[in-house]
Design a protein around this ligand. Structure first.
Ligand SMILES: [Fe+2]
Length: 357
């Protein structure tokens, strides 16, 4: 059973009561930032004066279970002049991916995850009374802005609980690379896998979060949710989990847009309404990667809706919301080192609903 009628009714009943909090109209996001290499891109981000910056994972390349080395890496990032100036003026939130979690492509089995969580909470100045301190993982959510102009940011943890993935053998990988004529990932979609991506507690929490009222929801996942045509890490490697996520969105929330990173290239994907178990509205996955880690060759993507290839020079994601339009206009962009737009999609909040109002 789906909730299309209930969601429509809820939308018709929603009322707009403004309060004093300023709505978010300019949001920047990005991933894949090696703290040991220059990060000139922060200047372009700062010039746009974002009201919020969201790290979507691989925020440092620590790749260690050593708490001291993790702290040193975060400290290096904190000391970068461009980033420290941005952070002095702009709230910075985020989730992690594998390299800040502590090990390439790691999941639930990684023994260093407790130390990684400590270092993560220190860097993001997690409040002492945050529920994040009482539970496993680092998933979290926050709603910004007044009623009628609320932006909910949901930060998923796709590392702490994630079960094993199916991988190609060395010979299979070699053959796949030879056939493609470029590097390819080693993971295979495993339709039979019982591995979890989020763990049951986080799944329950996600449904509760999606039920909270908000006008736009940014669902942040370190790895791509929609893309299916590559062999690197992605939700598509656990098809049951990808389907579950799309169904959870369909059944519980309007106005969801996914933000992701990880790939060392950027791409904007969209599944049309009622595709793969997804919602009755277009579902976008805006992948921005990376802030200074890029260069992965082009690859196919059946869901690509902006440009005809991946963008693989340094870049960041940019979101603008025009709350004054009758049907608020939302622009999602990938911008380059100079702040120029290289990929873009525009939508409206009414388009991100199961029925047009
Ligand atoms: Fe990653």
């Amino acid at each position: 059973m789906t909730l299309r009628p209930l969601l429509c009714l809820a939308l018709l009943c929603s009322c707009l009561v403004a309060d004093a909090e300023e709505p978010l109209s300019r949001i920047a996001f990005g991933s894949c930032a090696d703290e040991k290499r220059p990060q000139p891109i922060w200047d372009a981000i700062r010039r746009l004066q974002p009201q919020l910056f969201i790290f979507t994972g691989d925020n440092i390349y620590a790749d260690t279970a050593d708490p001291e080395k993790l702290r040193e890496s975060y400290e290096k990032l904190s000391q970068l002049p461009g980033f420290s100036t941005l952070r002095a003026a702009t709230p910075v939130i985020g989730t992690w991916d594998d390299h800040d979690y502590g090990k390439n492509d790691a999941g639930a089995e990684f023994e260093g995850k407790g130390a990684a969580k400590e270092a993560f909470m220190e860097f993001f100045a997690t409040p002492e009374d945050s529920p994040l301190r009482q539970r496993e993982g680092i998933y979290d959510a926050k709603i910004f802005g007044p009623e009628g102009k609320r932006v909910q940011v949901i930060l998923l943890d796709t590392r702490w609980f994630r079960g094993p993935l199916l991988t190609m053998s060395k010979d299979e990988l070699k053959a796949a690379r030879a056939e493609a004529g470029r590097p390819v990932g080693r993971y295979l979609p495993d339709a039979e896998s019982k591995s979890t991506m989020l763990g049951e507690e986080q799944w329950k929490w996600l449904v509760d979060e999606l039920k909270k009222p908000a006008e736009l929801r940014l669902l942040v996942s370190g790895i791509q949710v929609l893309a299916l045509d590559h062999g690197w890490e992605k939700w598509g490697n656990l098809p049951r989990e990808r389907k579950r996520l799309l169904e959870v969105i369909r059944d519980h929330a309007t106005d969801v847009v996914i933000l992701s990173g990880d790939r060392h290239s950027s791409d904007i994907s969209m599944v049309p309404p009622e595709t793969d178990g997804g919602p009755f509205y277009p579902l976008y996955d805006i992948t921005s990667s990376g802030l200074n880690q890029t260069g992965l060759p082009d690859e196919p993507n059946r869901f690509r809706v902006a440009g005809d290839r991946v963008y693989n020079e340094p870049n960041f994601g940019w979101i603008e919301i025009d709350w004054e339009a009758g049907d608020p206009l939302v622009t999602f962009e990938i911008r380059d080192l100079d702040g120029h737009v290289v990929r873009e999609v525009k939508t409206t909040l009414n388009t991100l609903k199961p029925c047009r109002l």
